[in-house]
Design a protein around this ligand. Structure first.
Ligand code: DQA
Length: 146
């Protein structure tokens, strides 16, 4: 399986940004955790990060021909980007939404994801391990995801 991981805006600052919410593990370490788990599961993973909405949409479009699944942390766009929602709906490959923090235990505006309806499911609240759980979900669903 080939999986594209997309980190949205400000995720590159994880480790220094609001440590009480997002933890002390930094962006590079998160990616190392993802890469380590992927190789354990025999998944070829590519990781991309951008702070711009349009670029997330371009990543999703170009994933179409090159990947079997997308793991996406749309960050704040989660809560209001119909454009990203439509992009996920427009491509044929399945997506899993992930969050470092538990978006349901925070401010009211974070409880709503406009992205989730187009995803297989949402994993939220496990820090970097949200991505690890998503990789495992893809592995477990491997046969039904062909
Ligand atoms: C986040 C949660 C979002 O509400 C927030 O805007 C982020 C990160 C998370 O991973 O917990 O930037 O997606």
């Amino acid at each position: 399986k080939r999986v594209l991981v997309i980190h949205g805006p400000n995720i590159n600052l994880t480790g220094t940004r609001e440590q009480n919410v997002y933890g002390e593990i930094n962006y590079e370490e998160i990616n190392n955790i993802i890469k380590r788990e992927a190789s354990k599961l025999d998944i070829a993973v590519k990781i991309q990060q951008t702070n711009s909405e349009g670029e997330i949409i371009n990543f999703i479009h170009s994933a179409q021909n090159n990947f079997d699944a997308i793991i996406i942390n749309p960050a704040a766009y989660t809560h209001y980007s119909y454009a990203i929602m439509d992009a996920i709906g427009a491509v044929q490959i399945p997506a899993i939404e992930v969050h470092l923090s538990n978006i349901h235990s925070r401010e009211e505006f974070r409880r709503k994801s406009v992205i989730a309806s187009k995803c297989i499911g949402q994993i939220s609240g496990f820090g970097p391990y949200s991505y690890v759980l998503a990789l495992n979900a893809i592995k477990l669903l491997e046969n039904s995801m062909e």
